[in-house]
Design a protein around this ligand. Structure first.
Ligand code: SF4
Ligand code: SF4
Length: 213
């Protein structure tokens, strides 16, 4: 999922203050926490209240898109609303507002969220972890399903730096050492020999900027 957090209300208020008629567009896709229709309606109420306190009156419309990063779904879902709005306030990850900007180029689009990372949702601990940097050349098969590119603070590809203490990273004592996790996982899988296969330098050009699915 794409892990996001809502921007501070004051910041959103400041960004939308030049406009009165605004479409709040949620996204039912992979944003976590969810930011669909219910969250869009809640944001509308909060902004109306905050606006009143500052003597500003908005005219909000609210909708949600199945996947705001999908150009077809977004254009068809937003088209009925855009005729008489001055701006779109997007509750999607960073890809959503960019889709809106590309397909409705005359309409200002404002992000209501900050996008942080592609993450794992540890529901029991209610914590979301950065787990993939989308490097374009996945090596999880060699590392027991744990990503060193993302989860090792130094992004090391060829084993631990040796600085870990009690299983925690030397650069962040709250963070598990990714390479200790990889070691333990490979040991459990009976594949410790893989850890001796030093990974060659990574070809980050594989990350690319566009992909033909
Ligand atoms: S190796 Fe690359 S693609 Fe695979 S999980 Fe890590 S960052 Fe993502
Ligand atoms: S202690 Fe572990 S996670 Fe931290 S930089 Fe070294 S190898 Fe990477």
């Amino acid at each position: 999922m794409i892990v996001t957090t809502l921007k501070p209300l004051d910041e959103i208020l400041e960004s939308i203050s030049p406009y009165r008629k605004i479409l709040i567009a949620g996204c039912d896709g992979c944003t976590q926490p969810p930011r669909g229709l219910r969250e869009a309606k809640t944001l509308k109420q909060l902004l109306e209240l905050a606006g009143q306190l500052k003597g500003k009156k908005f005219d909000f419309k609210v909708t949600s898109v199945v996947k705001q990063c999908d150009s077809v779904l977004t254009t068809s879902a937003l088209k009925p609303y855009v005729e008489d709005v001055e701006a779109v306030l997007s509750l999607a990850c960073g890809a959503g507002p960019q889709t809106v900007a590309e397909f409705f180029p005359d309409l200002p689009v404002i992000p209501a969220q900050n996008s942080h990372f592609i993450g794992i949702d540890d529901r029991e601990g209610s914590i979301m972890y950065d787990s993939c940097t989308a490097c374009g050349d996945c090596i999880l098969a060699l590392t027991g399903g744990i990503c060193p590119v993302t989860r090792c603070s130094k992004g090391l590809l060829s084993g631990a730096c040796g600085g870990a203490s009690n299983g925690k990273c030397e650069l962040d004592s709250e963070r598990d050492c990714a390479w200790e996790l990889i070691y333990e996982r490979l040991k459990r899988l009976g594949k410790l020999d893989l850890i001796r296969e030093l990974a060659p330098p990574k070809d980050y050009s594989a990350k690319g900027w566009r992909v033909t699915p």
